[in-house]
Unconditional design. Structure first.
Length: 259
């Protein structure tokens, strides 16, 4: 599991992710010391995509590495982004369709028995042809084929522990599009009041960073373990944060290591 938060502000997007990568419980129970040594608190999960017509960032969550650590989907994602960087697509949805289909095909070439049926989620956002763009795609497999499925995910996005998110915020019913700051209203009785941020109607990059980081810090806390132990015990490590504006991609809190 990964904790990812993604939001749009008056100046651009902010994306944040935790840094923990670890084996699943079954593999971990019988793993060698060499394999366990590949677990880390400093994984990079956010990556820039620079094109002549776009400034984007993508993040991935789920089973990002195979059980033997021989396959890393983040590396594959970066290769796909590079391979199609010189192609013209016209519209963001055409670009994302090519990205998703190429990524699905690349994953399909690997040993799918190393991955659960629900493989991962891909989040990508930024500016395409100078317009804000955002989407989420889920990847599953049936043992033979990898199937990419677009999902509707309004922003701000809080991906990680649903228990923590619902403890911190009351979802608003007054949201009419995928770009909105009214999605989350802080709950006064939350266990995580120090991590809550009431977003203004037109937030700054700094404000959105506090919102995004606050959620991930809450998911990684000791208190979160008492509420959602299954999910939150595999969230943690170094939180890294980036901004994507019409001018490009920039680290706000850089990762401490690279894939």
């Amino acid at each position: 599991m990964t904790a990812i938060s993604f939001g749009l502000t008056r100046d651009g997007f902010v994306i944040a992710a935790d840094g923990r990568t670890r084996l699943d419980d079954e593999t971990r129970a019988s793993a060698s010391k060499e394999l366990l040594a590949k677990e880390t608190e400093f994984a990079q999960k956010i990556f820039s995509v620079e094109r002549t017509d776009a400034h984007l960032a993508f993040a991935m969550a789920g089973a990002l590495v195979s059980n033997d650590f021989q396959v890393d989907l983040r590396n594959i994602g970066q290769k796909i982004a590079s391979q199609i960087s010189g192609r013209s697509f016209g519209a963001f949805q055409a670009y994302m369709s090519a990205f998703a289909n190429n990524l699905a095909h690349a994953i399909q070439m690997e040993d799918l028995s190393q991955f659960p049926t629900k493989i991962c989620d891909l989040f990508i956002g930024g500016y395409y042809s100078n317009a804000p763009a955002w989407t989420c795609i889920s990847f599953t497999h049936n043992g033979t084929d990898v199937i990419p499925t677009p999902k509707i995910s309004p922003l701000p996005l809080l991906y990680g522990s649903l228990v923590v998110a619902s403890d911190m915020y009351e979802p608003s019913s007054a949201v009419g599009n995928i770009f909105s700051t009214a999605l989350y209203i802080p709950k006064p009785q939350s266990h995580f009041q120090n991590n809550q941020v009431l977003l203004s109607s037109n937030p700054s990059l700094d404000e959105m960073q506090r919102f995004c980081v606050g959620y991930i810090e809450a998911c990684a806390s000791e208190l979160a373990l008492t509420l959602d132990e299954t999910i939150c015990r595999i969230i943690g490590g170094h939180i890294h944060v980036a901004e994507i504006t019409p001018s490009g991609f920039k680290w706000r809190i850089p990762p401490k290591s690279h894939v």
